[in-house]
Design a protein around this ligand. Sequence first.
Ligand SMILES: [Zn+2]
Length: 291
Amino acid sequence: MAAVIPAVSTISSRIIRILGCNPGIMTLQGTNTYIVGTGKRRILIDTGDSDVPQYINHLRSILTHEGIDLAHIFITHWHHDHIGGLGDILNDIKEKTKHCQIWKYPGGKNLDNINKSIVIESLKDGQEFAVEGATLRVVHTPGHTEDHVVFHLVEDNVVFSGDCILGEGTAVFEDLYDYMQSLREIANLQPKLIMPGHGNVIHNPAEKINFYINHRMEREQQIMDVLNQDKSQTFKENDLVQMIYTNLPEHLVKAAENNVNHHLVKLLKEKKVKKMNDKWQISEHTFVRSF
Ligand SMILES: [Zn+2]
């Protein structure tokens, strides 16, 4: 059982975490949002969901209590539990967000739900923002979504990982190839701590990222093993599911097929497999190399 995340926590002299108060299957205890910096003007990372007055109240009272306002709001990616609260924050906490700039990496879907009058500036990979006590560097980390970014807090060597890495369990993704690259990119930063979009602070980032990578690679190896057994044979996704997953309950078959498909698409990008008429086969390239 995961440790309970309080509604508001001071994590360090530079980081205050405010829970989005939107618990759920996908959001765990809710979305973590973070206020970063030490001065009068700070940065907010992510905004939780829309229509959660409890969250807005917590955020407002922290801003008031600390006597601070927001210079920037950063959105890690387009999912509603990260961008949804943006309109409410700007509307309900006007006095603290008057001169605030909003930033997000381009791309994503469902952005029409966001009030058209809100100007969202485009983040760039490698861009740096500084407020008193905090320098945040933007790292584009597609995979969970194409527009996903994480933020590297240079002073503390901490990464705010959005949904790329979670405090508990493993993350879902749109594109496994990109996702694995992004995990490696975060690993290369060698952060001391990770502040995830959901779940508790991660104190062992290297171990956690390795677990994420290995978890995916094991499944991939199983798929490659099946394809390698008979290199002339072609397989449907469902054939692979039947051979790899044992005792899989009927209601999880679709999810397993989806997962196998993600791996196959990644392997296709790496030219390790080929696809013909909805069937998959080891590529000649891999075939030759394995001798
Ligand atoms: Zn999320």
